[in-house]
Design a protein around this ligand. Structure first.
Ligand code: XIL
Length: 372
């Protein structure tokens, strides 16, 4: 009888080889955030001016390796792109778009209508006709300029108060609540294909959520296009709870819109007076109690942060059919706005990469979450 040994050897070699290939493919597909989540949602980051201008090669390489979506942290806000009534300045926003194009990334525009970081001329308008004209010129010019280049826009940012009423912003005072629907209408007319989002913080708070839902329904009832809701997601180690976040994802999804996690960070620092939101005008005094880790974050806290990120991403994966993009508010801890908000001069550790651009425990827990 002919020996079966050579066949067995051959088959076991084939099996070993193919399982090795499977493992290495799995590894290869999970050696960056964007690869780990490539079948789920975009993984984005917010870029500051130095990153947009590629001032540091290592940072650029990290951004290109880990992320497939970008938002400008500041330079597309009205005070930068529309500094004077009759003057637009697109120099840095053009560089931002070029960065995204070069690295084949999803480009998100942040933000068209926001009461903060407004140029003086805009913030002083009181007259209805003048505000209408300003809104039209601002939105139409910017959206047309980046038509086909920007993939989605935050059309209106932070128009709802924590209690669900509408913020009495300069836009509201001049135009009433119509400024919101009108902004969406103008953006849709300037680029019918681009995705249009409403973006806000504390979107997990039930009273605020009810206000946002009322507002979105009014836009939809007018037949005006709104494609998504942006949950900024400036969160803390213990709040909001995963259940609160999930409830909001489910409630917003009922509106038939996409959900984006637009500005994710998790502060590990104490929050003054239980403050939860991201109201940029709020500021508190700094002291040792409020800045407990000025030099480095203890390992026990790195573990807590990693666990929190694992829980958050597990939830995002559970609802990946509703989530279009998850964007971190910055690349590494030293860039984070939380070092100066809501208290100036603290040291926070809210992101996945540390001051030296090294991956933190939280990074690995986010990668691990994708494997499960
Ligand atoms: C922040 C930036 O990160 C800071 O650099 C800037 O000084 C203030 O604005 N909600 C938003 C973002 O929509 O634009 C804010 O970004 C954070 C809160």
């Amino acid at each position: 009888m002919k020996s079966t040994k050579p066949f067995l050897l051959f088959f076991s070699a084939v099996i070993t080889l193919s399982s090795c290939t499977a493992i290495s493919q799995k590894k290869a597909s999970q050696n960056s955030l964007k690869d780990a989540y490539k079948n789920d949602f975009y993984i984005g980051t917010a870029l500051d001016i130095n990153q947009i201008e590629e001032k540091d090669t290592k940072t650029t390489q990290l951004i290109a390796k880990e992320f497939n979506a970008i938002t400008a942290e500041n330079i597309m806000k009205s005070m930068f792109v529309h500094p004077e009534k009759n003057k637009f300045d697109f120099e840095t926003s053009d560089k931002f778009i070029a960065f995204g194009k070069k690295h084949k990334m999803f480009i998100h525009g942040h933000t068209l209508i926001w009461h903060s970081q407004l140029p003086k001329w805009f913030s002083e308008i009181k007259d209805t006709a003048e505000m209408n004209a300003a809104l039209e010129n601002h939105i139409t010019t910017i959206v047309k300029k980046y038509k086909g280049k920007v993939d989605s826009w935050d059309v209106v940012n932070e128009a709802v108060n924590d209690d669900g009423t509408l913020r009495k912003s300069v836009f509201f005072k001049a135009l009433g609540e119509d400024f919101i629907a009108k902004s969406f209408q103008l953006a849709a007319a300037a680029d019918p294909k681009v995705d249009l989002y409403y973006n806000d913080y504390s979107m997990e708070n039930p009273a605020k959520r009810a206000g946002v839902i009322r507002m979105v329904k009014k836009i939809q009832e007018k037949g005006i296009k709104i494609d998504g809701i942006g949950m900024q997601s400036h969160w803390h180690l213990n709040s909001p709870t995963i259940e609160e976040i999930e409830e909001s994802i489910l409630e917003y999804a009922k509106l038939g819109v996409k959900i984006a996690i637009t500005e994710l960070d998790v502060s590990v620092l104490p929050s003054p007076y239980g403050m939860q939101g991201a109201e940029v005008s709020q500021r508190f005094a700094n002291n040792e109690k409020m800045n407990p880790y000025p030099k480095s974050l203890p390992d026990s806290m790195q573990v807590k942060l990693a666990q929190r990120y694992a829980d958050i991403f597990k939830l995002f994966l559970k609802h990946k059919d509703k989530i279009s993009r998850v964007t971190f508010w910055g690349v590494n801890d030293t860039q984070s706005w939380l070092n100066d908000f809501p208290i100036k001069g603290r040291t926070d550790y809210p992101l996945l990469f540390d001051a030296d651009l090294q991956s933190k425990k939280a990074y690995y827990s986010v990668i691990e979450a994708a494997k499960k």
